[in-house]
Design a protein around this ligand. Structure first.
Ligand SMILES: Cc1cc2nc3c(=O)[nH]c(=O)nc-3n(C[C@H](O)[C@H](O)[C@H](O)COP(=O)(O)OP(=O)(O)OC[C@H]3O[C@@H](n4cnc5c(N)ncnc54)[C@H](O)[C@@H]3O)c2cc1C
Ligand SMILES: *[C@@H]1O[C@H](CO)[C@@H](O)[C@H](O)[C@H]1NC(C)=O
Ligand SMILES: *[C@@H]1O[C@H](CO)[C@@H](O)[C@H](O)[C@H]1NC(C)=O
Ligand SMILES: *[C@@H]1O[C@H](CO)[C@@H](O)[C@H](O)[C@H]1NC(C)=O
Ligand SMILES: *[C@@H]1O[C@H](CO)[C@@H](O)[C@H](O)[C@H]1NC(C)=O
Ligand SMILES: *[C@@H]1O[C@H](CO)[C@@H](O)[C@H](O)[C@H]1NC(C)=O
Length: 506
């Protein structure tokens, strides 16, 4: 992370909320609302996270290709672009490296994000900040390796502890999932209006209807491997135990081999999506209600007043939006994992073993993950889901991130880190859906002209899959209203090339 320092120093940013480019923001106070022009169809997007910003981008792609004449307004209640992908600076000092507060990593199989980083000239970096991983059960350090998280598969220690079969079978499970996932980028990608059907067409019905533990046990993976390495992954990535989370999301937790991030913050991808769209972007603007308007259109009421749209794309988890919908529109309750993120700096290069009542000779690895297995067997539950070192912010001072279910107190931090705590920043997120095995998913089309990007989240919740869901929604919407998807009636060009990505290359 050290070289980040220099890179950031040359960026003209003074806070993570300031945008480094000019988007056509309308000053809420000065710009009058334009009256709806009957001849020019208008589309509203709600939310400027991965889902909403990519929706604006996909529409722009169709505008570019077919000259579709449409006006797009994007509403975002917060003052920044990125939603659950955003950064903060240690000590609020922009000369120090930006640190992710929400979504941190993506992988090469995430073709939309990967491609966006290349097209937008952003810089990708390896997420492998610090080497060494351990699994804590609340009382004991069960497993440690000196390699990075993403290299544990091959470590001799893993082989010794778990044998050959369990890691290998798990790896097969993950790579089969990924190869199916990649079909979503082909020219023949399925289009879906029903995620249950999508799931079965991808051959994933079994995965989503069973817990990760159940599924892997049936595949002959050992209990110990599941409760240690697998559960450590589901807990760090989704704050859920392996016997609670469905096996598709379990597989996604295990997938991050070659994890990458955008230097300076992943949110830049989403800013670029907007920059490369023609959407009018209204930040600091909450949408309050959506109701039917004349001639099959929708009326959207926001802090800016009331506007009429041909179609609306909802790109935020509805239950957290406070948006009133017509009673005829139903979205089943969807609980989210309430996650506490505690970012802080310390002058200690690692957690002192005494903090865990471990012998002084123990070296606590920089990425400490957890299992619920100790608690299942009557022991104490770990106070955190994960603690990870994310590199130096300057000589002798590291930035560390804790994910936990409950608030991490100053007192606890101080006790664990011998009082060597500098800056502390806390954030609570409704981070991702609670993901129990299921066979039913929210509707993609909530009503004619009303689409729900976050219907995908209870299936898979990541930045990338939100861009896939928005692509599908935009495809559906354009077909419905403009008789042309993102790629037009006969999508072509090099579709057999290995680099082909549906939506980008057609
Ligand atoms: C701590 C944490 C770690 C994570 N780690 C990863 C990771 O490593 N990799 C990964 O891929 N994913 C990760 N995720 C998940 C990832 O962040 C999400 O899946 C993804 O960012 C969701 O994008 P979205 O656009 O659907 O929703 P959001 O990013 O939540 O965007 C929705 C937007 O809508 C806005 N909004 C809400 N209500 C209104 C309203 N009434 N009016 C106007 N605007 C409104 C919100 O302010 C928000 O900006 C993580 C999430 C968290 C919290
Ligand atoms: C608001 O309007 C003023 C004056 O027209 C302009 O200088 C400023 O950049 C605008 N702000 C935004 C966020 O567009
Ligand atoms: C949005 O709100 C933030 C915080 O209140 C403020 O700093 C910023 O100037 C506002 N931006 C616009 C474009 O209104
Ligand atoms: C910000 O960090 C830089 C680099 O460590 C340091 O030189 C500078 O003094 C800091 N600024 C403030 C306001 O603390
Ligand atoms: C990215 O860089 C290439 C080569 O320097 C340039 O041709 C292209 O226009 C740049 N793209 C953007 C979005 O800045
Ligand atoms: C999706 O398909 C499932 C299974 O066929 C069905 O039960 C459900 O009602 C469908 N949902 C929608 C919105 O059509």
């Amino acid at each position: 992370m050290r070289f980040l320092h220099g890179f950031l120093a040359i960026l003209p940013v003074s806070s993570s909320f300031q945008l480094p480019f000019k988007v056509p923001f309308f000053n809420s106070s000065q710009q009058p609302l334009r009256p709806a022009v009957a001849s020019k169809p208008r589309i509203a997007i709600i939310g400027a996270g991965a889902g909403g910003t990519s929706a604006a981008f996909w529409i722009a792609k169709a505008q570019e290709r077919f000259g579709i004449d449409v006006e797009v307004d994007l509403y975002e209640k917060e003052s920044y672009i990125g939603g659950r992908s955003t950064t903060v600076y240690p000590y609020e000092n922009t000369s120090l490296p930006a640190t992710e507060l929400g979504a941190s990593i993506f992988v090469k199989a995430n073709k939309n994000l990967w491609r966006a980083v290349d097209e937008f000239n952003l810089t990708r970096r390896d997420f492998r900040d610090e080497k060494g991983l351990g699994i804590w059960d609340g009382e004991k350090l069960l497993f440690t390796t000196s390699g990075g998280w993403w290299s544990w598969w091959d470590s001799a220690k893993a082989l010794f502890r778990y044998g050959f079969q369990s890691p290998r079978r798990t790896q097969t499970f993950v790579s089969e999932m990924i190869s199916q996932f990649l079909t979503l980028y082909s020219a023949e990608t399925p289009k879906w209006d029903n995620i249950t059907h999508l799931s079965s067409s991808l051959g994933w019905s079994e995965l989503v209807s069973q817990s990760t533990s159940e599924y892997l046990k049936a595949e002959g993976v050992s209990n110990q491997f599941i409760s240690e390495l697998v559960e450590a992954s589901t807990r760090v990535n989704y704050g859920q135990n392996a016997d609670e989370i469905h096996a598709l999301e379990g597989a996604c937790s295990l997938a991050p081999t070659g994890a990458s991030a955008v230097e300076g913050g992943n949110f830049q991808i989403f800013e670029q999506f907007l920059k490369h769209s023609r959407a009018n972007v209204y930040i600091n603007t909450s949408v309050n209600s959506i109701s039917p308007a004349a001639s099959g259109q929708w009326s959207l009421d926001s802090d800016r007043g009331s506007e009429t749209y041909r179609a609306i794309i909802l790109a935020a988890p509805w239950h957290s939006t406070n948006i009133e919908l017509p009673v005829s529109v139903r979205i089943s309750p969807q609980p989210y994992v309430h996650l506490h993120v505690t970012l802080f700096t310390t002058t200690l290069p690692s957690i002192p073993p005494q903090s865990f009542s471990l012998p002084a000779s123990t070296k606590i690895p920089p990425m400490l993950l957890t299992t619920f297995e100790g608690a299942r067997n009557g022991g104490p539950e770990p106070e955190f889901n994960s603690i990870s070192y994310h590199g130096l912010i300057r000589d002798g001072e590291w930035v560390v991130k804790i994910f936990s279910k409950a608030r991490i107190s100053d007192k606890w931090l101080s006790k664990m880190f011998d009082g060597e705590i500098g800056w502390v920043h806390r954030k609570e997120w409704d981070a991702y859906p609670v993901l129990p095995p299921t066979s039913s998913f929210p509707d993609v089309t909530l009503a004619h002209g009303l689409y729900y990007v976050n219907s995908f989240e209870p299936f898979i919740s990541t930045m990338e899959t939100e861009t896939l869901s928005s692509r599908n929604v935009v495809d559906t919407l354009l077909k419905e209203f403009f008789q042309s998807g993102i790629c037009g009636p006969d999508a072509i060009t090099d579709k057999d090339s290995e680099d082909y990505v549906y939506g980008w290359d057609c």
